[in-house]
Design a protein around this ligand. Structure first.
Ligand code: NAD
Length: 276
């Protein structure tokens, strides 16, 4: 049994790819927070985003702090771009150990009004993209002796959400869970771990831009902890799953949600109504 060396950055010697490493607005998205955190912990980080300017803002923060990162503009729905991501990790940093599939979008539509084009787009961006990035990253990880893949789902992939229905979002995030479990089983003998994070109602630019203050407050109160979550809460969970500290963890769905999935609606009803 080798003991983990102490005092060493938790991702020293690792090369990480993070998709959606920019942010969809001012402030901190989860890809941006994870990129900054992974770099602080010694990883060399390839910052993938279709919005190169947003990813460049993340790169500037990391460089300012003395970390190592660079931007790759790519659309993760395209197979050719996903192949280029894996190749760039090898060309720039000589290996690939961590893939954080963080990109995700939402789109409207309930059972009777969902539009086919919205369905196809959300499923492509949220689910197909993870199949594609993984397909090209795994051979590089195997070359490196193993790796860790972290796929971003949501509590919406486990339970129906509040607010307006998004059938494509829920279906894509549930799909992430099923796909990741299968990947974990079939990549285990290659020492490639695959895990899922299911965030609760976190406050990030993706939702913050359009949200009424009372909705924000209701989201906070819906969690048993009663504390608003943010991108750092997710980034720290991803850091654990990326690091060798989780070397015996694969195929799990980790809710990071202030306890929300543990509660029945009635358990939280009065707390939400009465402002506790
Ligand atoms: N915010 C929440 O409450 C919440 C809750 C649960 C899960 N999530 C999930 O967390 C993840 C990130 O959320 P966020 O709020 O930080 O998002 P964000 O919108 O701030 O960041 C997403 C980034 O992905 C990039 N992107 C979008 N489509 C892309 C594509 N095709 N190719 C490459 N890059 C692309 C965007 O340019 C953006 O920079 C998503 O998967 C989301 O579904 C968010």
């Amino acid at each position: 049994m080798t003991l983990m060396p102490t005092g060493r950055p938790r991702l020293a010697g690792k090369v990480a790819v993070i998709t959606g490493a920019g942010s969809s607005g001012p402030g901190l998205g989860t890809g941006k927070a994870a990129s900054i955190l992974f770099a602080r912990e010694g990883a060399q980080v390839l910052l993938v985003d279709r919005n190169a300017q947003a990813a460049a803002e993340t790169e500037a923060v990391i460089r300012e702090e003395g970390g190592t990162a660079s931007v790759l503009a790519a659309d993760v729905t395209l197979a050719s771009d996903c192949a280029a991501i894996a190749d760039a990790a090898i060309a720039r940093y000589g290996g690939l150990h961590i893939l954080f599939n963080n990109v995700g979008i939402t789109g409207p539509g309930g059972p009777t009004d969902v539009e086919e084009s919205v369905w196809d787009n959300v499923l492509d961006v949220n689910l197909k993209s993870m199949m594609l990035t993984t397909k090209y990253a795994v051979p590089k990880m195997i070359d490196a002796g193993g790796g860790s893949i972290i796929n971003m789902s949501s509590i919406a992939g486990v339970r129906a959400g509040s607010g307006a229905a998004s059938l494509p979002y829920s279906a894509s995030k549930a799909g992430v869970i099923g796909m990741s479990e299968t990947m974990a089983v079939h990549l285990g003998r290659d020492n490639v771990r695959v895990n899922v994070i299911a965030p609760g109602h976190i406050y990030t630019p993706m939702v913050g831009g359009t949200m009424e203050p009372q909705t924000r407050e209701r989201r906070r109160k819906a969690g048993p902890l009663g504390v608003e979550g943010n991108a750092w809460d997710i980034a720290y969970a991803a850091l654990f799953l990326a690091s060798d500290e989780s070397r015996w963890v694969s195929g799990i769905v980790l809710p990071v949600d202030a306890g929300l999935l543990a509660a029945t609606p009635l358990a939280m009803y009065t707390r939400i109504r009465e402002g506790e």
